[in-house]
Design a protein around this ligand. Structure first.
Ligand code: G16
Length: 543
């Protein structure tokens, strides 16, 4: 075995987005592309010498090959140890847990999350720090700076490691440990929830359908829901991870998890339905004939978390991303705890969790999680829901009805306009930003603008500032429209429009979402001149 120094780089555009670097798989497969990003990551963290890393991914096309490359590079950079999931598989929350449990210096997650996989689809890589969470902006900015000046990378010419074989081996001086990807994570879940109570729920005939979407949570959900908790065999569907997610979008929302939605809306629907995404950090919750928005899910989980053993002592605080509805804020108010509003990106929750200021966090993009790891966690959310259902003995629909009757309802929808030419998307955002100062007091579709601004965040823990995190238009009477450009897309720009209308506890909670949001939506279209800038007003995806 010899160490090679390969002259290569820099590559254009290796700038981490909302969650690491995401590009078309073929770009990642270009000679030296992955290598330069990985070397830049090592350079940005002061080198890999003597360090230990967890490495794993969601099993998408190029996962295993990328892991072999990263292992050889880590060894050539002097790393002491790499902990890898068997078959190269580790869900994102499982990586976070392993980093924390093993006390490693960090981890590398190979995933493009909910984006489709395959040679013509998407691939991604993300660096997590020693607390188990996504690298904060200071670190990702450092990685980006390194990618712009990199001229060479280090790699060993050792043979591939057998990723299917549990146990230890070596590359150069580095120990490679291949571990069961599920066991540690499943054990952690047992410490958080009342498994006996949930088991009794299933014994009593409660039915579940969990759609793993041919992605990473299949083995986790099968072990936890079916083997440990006794849900009927076949409760977990699409349970075998595949390189292209069965040709689908592993995005747990009503559009992409259509089979599950149809089943949950049918006459013989199970009591509870859920889905998770490519790398297992997102979740969708559906009751029989009842879809729960991610924002509502966060609010309900926060209001009922005390029913699960891990949260019986109460919550230190709640955090949500700015575009997430304000439903959780009302729960925080009632609980008498702080509610933090952060920019989009799980990395912004890390400091709040580390400082013990927040216990639960959530995002409109189907992410919920807690202080048990430093990533959002799809199966965790499902288990907390199950624990709550077991304690309350009510249906999901009843729980939602009770919740709205107590706190009011935040009607909510996200409209995505995908693959817009970047210049058009930028022009729209710039034009809107330019008029924000003049919007307060103006009327649109019968609504008066109360306030409009560009969201900035001051991290209360480390004092860092993040600007330009989305444009907000708040209307009198509880309406809000938020616009921002996605930081996870790989083709042109994706414009995300987040629409919300609050109806108080005594109001009508039975409206169709589109009807409840009609005025806010129409006001947003007029204010932004949507048609003029992007040539359409109908989104590609509504969630
Ligand atoms: C990532 C981030 C989330 C974010 C989501 C959507 O999720 O971790 O915090 O909400 O992207 O981001 P954007 O609106 O910029 O596309 P994931 O599951 O893709 O890693």
């Amino acid at each position: 075995m010899t160490l090679q120094i390969v002259e290569k780089g820099p590559f254009e555009g290796q700038k981490p987005g909302t969650s690491g670097l995401r590009k078309k798989t073929r770009i990642f497969m270009e000679p030296g592309y992955l290598e330069c990003f990985v070397q830049s990551t090592f350079n940005a963290i002061g080198g890999a010498a003597g360090k230990s890393f967890v490495i794993g991914g969601d099993g998408r096309f190029f996962n295993a090959a990328a892991i072999q490359t990263i292992l050889k590079m880590a060894a050539a950079n002097g790393a002491a140890r790499a902990v890898v999931g068997q078959g190269g598989i580790l869900s994102t929350p499982a990586v976070s847990h392993l980093i924390r449990k093993r006390g490693t210096d960090g981890g590398l997650v190979l995933s493009a999350s909910h984006n489709p996989g395959g040679i013509d689809e998407d691939f991604g890589i993300k660096y997590n720090i020693a607390n188990g969470g996504p690298a904060p902006e200071t670190v990702t900015a450092g990685i980006h700076a390194e990618t712009q000046k990199i001229a060479a990378y280090r790699i060993s010419d050792a043979a591939d490691v057998d990723l299917n074989q549990l146990g230890s081996s070596r590359i150069e001086e580095m120990t490679v440990e291949v571990v069961d990807p599920v066991a540690d994570y499943a054990d952690l879940m047992e410490t958080l929830f009342d498994f006996n109570k949930i088991r009794a729920l299933f014994q009593g005939g409660f039915t579940l359908c969990f759609d793993a979407m041919h992605a990473v949570t299949g083995p986790y959900a099968t072990e936890i829901l079916q083997r440990r908790l006794g849900a009927a065999d076949g409760s977990v569907i699409n349970a075998i991870p595949s390189e292209d997610f069965g040709g689908g979008h592993p995005d747990p929302n009503p559009v992409w998890a259509k089979t599950l939605m149809q089943r949950m809306m049918s006459d013989d629907a199970p009591d509870f339905g859920a889905a998770s995404d490519g790398d297992g950090d997102r979740n969708m919750i559906v009751g029989r004939h009842t879809y729960v928005t991610p924002s509502d899910s966060l609010a309900v989980l926060a209001a009922n978390a005390h029913l699960a053993p891990a949260y019986a002592q109460g919550l230190a605080g709640i955090a949500r991303s700015m575009p997430t509805s304000t439903a959780a804020d009302r729960v925080a108010d009632k609980l008498g705890v702080a509610c933090y509003e952060t920019p989009t990106g799980w990395k912004f929750f890390g400091n709040l969790l580390d400082a013990g200021r927040a216990t639960l966090c959530g995002e409109e993009s189907a992410g919920t999680g807690s202080a048990h790891v430093r990533e959002k966690d799809g199966l965790w959310a499902v288990l907390l829901w199950l624990n709550i259902l077991a304690e309350r003995g009510q249906s999901v629909a009843d729980i939602m009805r009770d919740h709205w009757a107590c706190y009011g309802r935040n009607y909510y929808s996200r409209h995505d306009f995908e693959a817009i030419p970047t210049d058009q998307a930028n022009a729209l955002m710039q034009a809107l930003e330019a008029q924000l100062d003049r919007l307060a007091g103006t009327q649109w579709s019968g609504l008066t603008v109360a306030q409009a601004d560009s969201f900035s965040y001051l991290d209360p823990v480390d004092g860092s500032e993040s600007h330009n995190q989305g444009l907000r238009i708040v209307f009198e009477g509880g309406g809000r429209a938020v616009l921002r450009l996605s930081g996870t897309g790989t083709e042109g720009a994706t414009l995300r429009v987040y629409l919300e209308q609050y109806v108080d506890a005594s109001g009508d909670h039975t409206l169709a979402t589109d009807a409840a949001l009609e005025n806010v939506s129409s006001a947003m279209r007029d204010i932004t001149a949507l048609q003029e800038y992007i040539g359409r007003t109908e989104p590609d995806v509504k969630t």
